[in-house]
Design a protein. Structure first.
Length: 240
């Protein structure tokens, strides 16, 4: 609030009146200018804090996406190898080995973007330039695909785990015995293996896009077309 006080003396002339009004107007302009300056400094500080948070997120996303890609390499190879093993046995009309290792368990960080989500929720995106908003929105759309791919992978893993649990060796729960499985059950097992391979392969693919895009953004790139081009830099067709 800005207080305007009346003059201490009576105003008897136009000159006195104009001087008094000029003083009031000047004071108001100074107060408004100071208020706007403080607000501008505050918004500039918020902008720098938001950009710093987004950069820290980008650094973490790059590391986590790379870890997720690496963590999926072994399981994807296992899924492909198990499919080949079952298909070879079915083609040769021979039973599978009495003891086969179950699907290995993996653990890896999941890429997330908390700073961007918080900025959206709190209405701070207006602090950024239009190019910055477009760049981070592009990555946000890939995060949405990542979430869908991850959920699909988890669902496929659960279904495969439930099937393998039916054939688990009671003396060694880390192995399964498919030597007496019917052709229909083996076909079903193949489908489950294929579904999981596709699901986690897609997740790995999306993580490679996240990694590429975030590397470009962290390097200062804000051109949407160049960011989209950078997204494919870590993609390997042989890994999916």
């Amino acid at each position: 609030m800005i207080d305007v006080h009346p003059p201490h003396e009576d105003i008897h002339t136009w000159k006195t009146y104009l001087v008094h009004m000029s003083t009031i107007v000047l004071g108001l302009l100074i107060a408004i200018g100071l208020e706007q300056s403080v607000e501008a400094l505050h918004r500039a500080h918020e902008r720098e804090e938001l950009r710093a948070s987004l950069n820290r997120d980008s650094e973490k996303i790059i590391v986590d996406a790379a870890q997720a890609m690496k963590a999926q390499t072994g399981p994807l190879d296992w899924l492909q190898s198990r499919q080949d093993e079952i298909q070879a046995a079915m083609r040769a009309h021979r039973p599978l080995a009495a003891s086969l290792p179950r699907q290995p368990l993996i653990s890896a960080a999941i890429p997330i973007n908390p700073a961007w989500n918080a900025a959206k929720a709190s209405g701070l995106l207006s602090l950024l330039t239009q190019q910055e908003v477009q760049a981070y929105s592009e990555m946000d759309s890939i995060f949405a695909k990542k979430d869908i791919a991850y959920d699909a992978g988890i669902t496929a893993s659960k279904k495969l785990g439930q099937f393998e649990a039916r054939y688990a060796d009671p003396h060694n729960r880390a192995t399964i015995d498919l030597s007496s499985a019917s052709p229909a059950d083996l076909d079903h097992y193949l489908d489950l293996l294929s579904d999981e391979y596709i699901a986690w392969g897609w997740y790995r693919f999306v993580c490679s896009f996240l990694r590429g895009g975030e590397v470009a953004i962290l390097a200062g790139e804000r051109d949407l077309a160049k960011i989209q081009k950078a997204e494919v830099q870590f993609f390997s067709a042989s890994s999916y």
